[in-house]
Each structure stands twice: as C-alpha cells, then as structure tokens.
Design a protein around this ligand. Structure first.
Ligand code: ARG
Length: 467
C-alpha cells in the first residue's frame, strides 16, 4: 500500500471492517473535479507564497491536470484502498510524479479541503438547477399562454368555489417557482465562501494567502472564522430546506395532474409519452410519472431531517459525523435535477379539455357568491344575501337542479320573486371571472398582465444559471 494511506502513528493496518466503514469513496468520487480544482488553487498559492519549491509546484500542477484528464476520459478508476476521493487524488499524484506529491498537502487539512470541495460542487449544481428552474417556469408560461381563455372551477376544500381562468392557475405555480428561483439566488450569497486555508481548524503556521486562493477559485468571500469554516454545513441544510420547499410545489402540481387526468375530472390528458400502462388491465393509462413526481418529496424531506439530526449536537469543529452530509446532498441534487428534467416536457405535452372545464365551472353553484354580491348591490347586507342564496341552493339541491340556470322561470319566480331570473344569465363563468379585476385576480386583463410581467421577468434571467 502507498505511504500516503496510513500515518506513521500506527503500528498496524486498519481492520478491514473499519476501513470499509470509514470509506466515503463510494459516494464522494463525484467531487473529483472540484477536489482537483481546489488543489490546483492551493498549489498555486503555495508556490506564490514560496512555501514549497517552485519546481515541485509545477510538477504537482501538471500531475493534477493529468488526473483531471484521466477522470474526464473515464480511465481513472476509484481505488478502494484509499478511503476517499481526496486520498485517491493524492495517491494517483504520487504514482504520477513520485514523492514530490507529498508537498501538496502542506498547510492544508482534509477538513478545509472537503469543505471547499462541497462549496464548489454546490455552486456548480446550484447554477445548473437555476437554469433548469427557468426552463420549468417557461413551460408554465407557455401553458398559461395557451389557456388564457379557458375557464375552469377554482377550488377551496377541493369543492368547486368560483370560476377562474386556467392560465391563472398555472401562473400560481409560476409564482411558487419564481420564489424558489429567487430563494436559490439568495442561497448563493451564503454558499459562495471559501474555507480553504482554515487547515484542520485553527489556520496554519505557514505564510499562506487564503484571499489569493479564494480569488483564483472565483469565490465571493472568505469565511471570517476558521473553526466555522471547517464545521459550517448551514449552506447544505439551507439547500435541503430549499429543495424541500421546491418539492412541495412540485408535489402539489403533480397531485393536480393526477387528479385532473382522472376519469372523474377529465380536465386534462397526459401525453402518451408520459403515461404508462398496467401489466394486468389493458385499458389503463396511468399517471405514474406524475405520481413519482409527487412521491419524490418524501426522500428529500428525509435528507433534510437526517442532516439536521447529524449536525445538531456536534461540538466544534470538524467531526466525522459530517461525512454523512454527502449522500443526503448528492441524492437531493440528483432528485431535483431528475424532476427538473422531466417536468417541463411533461407540461408541454398536456392536452387541455376546455369544454369539460367550462362545464365543471358552471356546476356546483360556483356563481352563488356572485349572486349574493348582486343582491347585496341592491342594498341588502351581504350576510343576509348570503343566507338567502344558501336557501336557494338548498331548494335546488332538494329539487334535483344542478345549477340556478336549470330552474324553470315559473319555479324561480315562486322561490325568489325579488331576484330577477335575468341576473342568473349575467352570472356565467366567464363574466364572473372577468368581474375580478384586481391586479392579482382572475379577470382577463389582470391575467394577461400577470403573464406579461412573469414572461418579462423570465426573459431577463441568465440562460445558464448565475455562477
Ligand atoms: N471523507 C471526509 C468527509 O467527507 C473527508 C474529511 C475527512 N477528515 C478527517 N479529519 N477525517 O467529511
């Protein structure tokens, strides 16, 4: 085994089970490019500050570049006898350039090294996720564009409440993902810090220049406190919190897709490319993709709780417990990216069923509030008007009428002599929607303006994230 793998402090090798238990290689291999990038900055600083011989620094840099190329070409295999990605890079470097590789770890610890790798990894993935979020919002804007004239029932308590424009409904999700996007931008601020130079915890006695490495790595700030630098996982917890809120939004949207594509609703149809059959029932078209989108939230909430639990009782500074951050974070990044890969094309492929939505918008007395409002306009207190309309709904239900409009004129005249039947005709879903003209309401012009503002905001976003 190579000399880097085991400290001279120990007379015996690690027990096999301990080596397996400690190893993070199974999951931290994905940090290789970030690890090499961090090491390149570190060795450049060591050279500039004359901490190690210039020639050795040159050869270390070249060796690191070779390792990166080998990794990119897929010819660098992880070696399980080296416990993590950091030891793998150093071990391979030693194979390539010999004992001079040992200079690389001067004035550095794996504690500031792994912290740096995670910051670099997260900023990279955060940028990719931001770009994907933009795609998702663009697909919602396109759906809203298509459905501005489609009227549907808006719900409270999952009971039909008042008619809304379908575009308004999609734009509500647009607003949620817009908050997710801006929340991610806020997160960048706090994730964009360099811990490199903190060493194991206290700094190092060499004349290092952490500002120089920070600058080389393109990070915005340096940590103020080296103990905090190596033990801070707040930005990971924050990302898991971010992802949890994001998947709540995804899950609510997915639930509506499942519900709306059901035989009972028939508001939408999912594209064949995003539907599945049953292995026993030939007639089935199942919304498995939407169901899985809904279900993915579970594991992400779990990862948030798991890392909160890992961190909550840890004394300063680094503790190996923190190695548990990786699988939680990596699975969350993978899951969020998988969701963002599939959701935009799935939304673009939806078929909308306007006649069915219109029919549902009329049903269930969704114009009852407006009838009460109309009566109130005549000077009747709203509470009394509400009671009166409630009575009329009860009469209709008892007599088997599905809507006020179905009640024959002579019956209506008998039930409600003071309420002209013509008022009912004025309470068609489209009119009801358009009567709501506040900036955030469901009226035609309001929704058109909301869509315009959303699209204008989307158009000024950078295409490929911000970092
Ligand atoms: N694999 C470790 C982790 O993920 C790297 C840091 C190890 N540091 C240490 N002092 N054991 O946290």
């Amino acid at each position: 085994m190579s000399g880097i793998a085991r400290s001279g402090r120990f007379a015996r090798a690690l027990h096999e089970s301990a080596a397996t238990f400690l190893s993070s290689l199974r999951f931290d291999w994905r940090l290789l490019q970030d690890d090499v990038k961090g090491s390149l900055a570190h060795v450049a600083m060591l050279k500039k500050s004359r901490i190690i011989p210039a020639g050795a620094a040159e050869r270390i840099s070249q060796g690191l570049q070779t390792i990166l190329h080998e990794w990119e070409a897929g010819v660098l295999a992880p070696r399980p006898d080296w416990e993590d990605v950091h030891m793998n890079v150093e071990g391979r470097l030693q194979e390539l350039i010999g004992e001079e590789a040992g200079y690389l770890h001067t004035a550095r610890s794996r504690n500031d090294q792994v912290a740096l790798d995670m910051h670099l990894y997260m900023l990279r993935q955060g940028g990719a996720i931001a770009a994907q979020c933009r795609e998702l919002m663009m697909s919602l804007a396109a759906l809203a564009q298509r459905t501005q004239e489609v009227i549907m029932p808006g719900y409270t308590h999952l009971q039909p409440a008042q008619p809304v424009r379908m575009a308004h409904h999609w734009l509500a999700y647009g607003s949620m993902f817009q908050r997710d996007y801006t929340r991610l931008m806020d997160w960048f601020e706090r994730a964009n810090v360099s811990p490199l130079g903190a060493g194991a915890l206290a700094g190092t006695p060499y004349p290092t220049d952490p500002e120089y490495t920070r600058e080389l790595l393109g990070l915005a700030h340096l940590y103020h406190n080296s103990l905090d630098a190596v033990s801070d996982r707040d930005y990971l917890l924050e990302f898991l919190g971010w992802a949890s809120i994001f998947v709540v939004h995804v899950s609510r949207l997915a639930e509506e897709l499942v519900l709306w594509s059901s035989r009972e609703f028939q508001f939408i149809a999912l594209g064949d490319a995003f539907s599945t059959g049953s292995s026993i029932m030939p007639q089935k078209k199942n919304p498995d993709v939407a169901e899985l989108l809904r279900g993915k939230s579970g594991r992400i909430f779990g990862h948030l709780i798991s890392l909160l639990t890992v961190m909550k009782g840890l004394p300063l500074a680094y503790n190996s417990d923190m190695q548990e951050d990786k699988e939680a974070i990596f699975d969350t990044v993978d899951t969020v990216q998988a969701i963002l890969d599939i959701l935009p094309p799935l939304l673009s492929d939806l078929t909308i069923n306007p006649p069915r939505l219109q029919e549902a918008a009329v049903a269930q007395f969704s114009n009852a509030t407006d009838l009460a409002d109309r009566i109130a306009q005549e000077g009747v207190p709203f509470r009394q008007a509400h009671h009166r309309v409630g009575e009329l709904v009860r009469l209709c239900v008892e007599s088997g009428y599905q809507s006020f409009a179905e009640v024959p004129a002579e019956v209506w005249a008998q039930w409600a002599p003071a309420i002209p039947a013509a008022w009912i005709d004025e309470l068609a879903p489209q009119q009801l929607a358009d009567a709501r003209q506040q900036s955030f309401a469901t009226g035609k012009d309001s929704v058109a303006r909301q869509l315009e503002e959303f699209t204008a905001w989307l158009n000024q976003l950078p295409e490929a994230g911000t970092v």
